[in-house]
Ligand binder design. Structure first.
Ligand code: ZN
Length: 153
């Protein structure tokens, strides 16, 4: 398990132990469930949108360290951002963890990922990529007003 040891860097463990923005959001305008059957990660993302901007965001769920840490760091990264800015971050993050250009890589510059860059190691573990992207897929579906449960499969 030494490969995973390298993957679980200090910042990821910190977010797993002390997830930020964990809980529900009473005044949420959007709510979305996500599920990663490969690992069993479950998440609910709450978003409060105001004038096209993410005014508030929170999440609940249970999953592995990677999925929890990713959700926690995602909420910090997108809070206060517009939908377009969050979408750009989604693509940048997706490219980081998969090592492949995103579907819309042709359009637009990628924003800096900051702390999210710690997830670059996930690229070496295809199974973990779904853990790391679950929260992002779920957020995206929430913003698009999609109904139902997002599955990474
Ligand atoms: Zn997982």
């Amino acid at each position: 398990m030494s490969d995973l040891k390298e993957l679980y860097q200090e910042v990821i463990l910190d977010h797993q132990k002390h997830p930020r923005n964990f809980g529900s959001l009473s005044d949420a305008t959007h709510r979305q469930e996500g599920y990663n059957p490969l690992c069993g990660d479950r998440i609910i993302v709450y978003v409060k949108l105001l004038n096209n901007r993410i005014e508030g965001i929170a999440f609940q769920g249970s999953g592995c360290a990677i999925s929890t840490a990713s959700a926690s760091m995602m909420t910090e990264a997108v809070k206060g951002k517009t939908i377009e800015e969050a979408e750009a971050l989604f693509h940048a993050f997706h490219e980081l963890v998969t090592g492949k250009p995103s579907e819309t890589s042709a359009c637009g510059k990628r924003p800096p990922l900051g702390k999210l860059a710690v997830f670059s190691g996930v690229r070496e573990f295809p199974v973990r990529v779904k853990c790391a992207t679950l929260a992002w897929h779920t957020l995206r579906a929430a913003l698009m007003g999609w109904q139902g449960t997002v599955s990474t499969e």
